[in-house]
Design a protein around this ligand. Sequence first.
Ligand SMILES: NC(=O)c1ccc[n+]([C@@H]2O[C@H](COP(=O)([O-])OP(=O)(O)OC[C@H]3O[C@@H](n4cnc5c(N)ncnc54)[C@H](O)[C@@H]3O)[C@@H](O)[C@H]2O)c1
Length: 259
Amino acid sequence: MGSFVGKTAIVTGGARGIGERVAEDIVAQGGNVIVGNVNSDLGENLVSRLGPTNARFVDLNVTRRADSERAVELAQSTFGGLDFLVNAAVAMDAKPLIELSETGWRKTMDVGLTGTFLTAQVFAAHLIQQGRPGSIVNISSIGGQHPYGGAGSYSTVKAGVTLLTEQMAIEWAQHGIRVNAVAPGTIETPLTTYLDDPEIRESRRQAVPLGRIGQPADISHGVLYLLSGSASWVTATTLTVDGGVTRSLFNHMTGRKWS
Ligand SMILES: NC(=O)c1ccc[n+]([C@@H]2O[C@H](COP(=O)([O-])OP(=O)(O)OC[C@H]3O[C@@H](n4cnc5c(N)ncnc54)[C@H](O)[C@@H]3O)[C@@H](O)[C@H]2O)c1
């Protein structure tokens, strides 16, 4: 994997779960990180753990353009430039569509889809103005490849994130900005506390051909690959990291015996 030494990333939703691990791994590889989150306690905690030389927190709500602009300015003034953006923020209103309020629909759309657009637009405009190449990774979901019943607008948002990723990639390739997505399967984070239920945990585990629930590191490794120079000819793609779940339909059906 290419080196992160001297490189700077903004990670939205960076205070916990997948974003937290991405921030940790970038710093472990010698890079700098701006952790952007609406939860300042969590964000400040993470940054103090990572140390002031390589990490800063910014109070950032992805639905507010001005917050992303402040994050870009902070990266520039603190670390002398900006190279990467990882969009990991999420807000859920998990309800069947028939019960979902307009507010609930909009909340997931605003954070997941509009937020991804706004932060990426601010990031790309800065890089284009500086004549500097860069790389963006948006966190989608296997829920954007298959309808996730009961999850409100989540699947629609994540499918949108995949296509938005592709459109940004083809529009910004001419500026040396690569844009990719990672689509995680079930990952153990504070978002998936339903895994605390042993029955749900075991049934989710059994559904994974590779036989275990995913960890934030599984996703972070994919994100860092896509950000890095090792992926210099990879753009407009979605890397599914799910232990094989989405391709295992026939594992879940009885049928003809072949031997
Ligand atoms: N955990 C999984 O199983 C899983 C599976 C597929 C996809 N994903 C995706 O991975 C990403 C990270 O998920 P996670 O499991 O780490 O979730 P998480 O809930 O642990 O972390 C999400 C973070 O986003 C922050 N956030 C919420 N609204 C925000 C806003 N408006 N602006 C900035 N930050 C905001 C939260 O404070 C939180 O720190 C999400 O996009 C999620 O949809 C997760």
